[in-house]
Design a binder for this molecule. Sequence first.
Ligand code: MG
Length: 117
Amino acid sequence: MKIAVDIDNTITLNPKKLQRLMRALKTSGNEVNILTGNADKEVPYDVRMKQLADLGLINKVDFDYVYVVNGDTEKEVAISKAEILMVEEYDIFIDDSLENIARAKKRNKNLLCLLPY
Ligand SMILES: [Mg+2]
């Protein structure tokens, strides 16, 4: 399976538990990627990598790839995330934004969406 996990208000809410979940999913043969994006501030890829490291997550142990999407509005970010999730045929999406989940679900009915709270 392919799993996408958001950072802000998702991993940051409970980094230890998300790390354990992500590592377990990877260890059992799944692809776990980070899918993050903000409308209010553009955060570069290297800053996101440092943020993940600061949260204790280890590249290639806890996750495979990091996708940083940008947009001028939350709607644009949600659309970009939904596009990636559909085109790359993800199975599970963990994200705190109901708008992100609604847009992703609209594009991919088979996607399992989980809120981190
Ligand atoms: Mg978030």
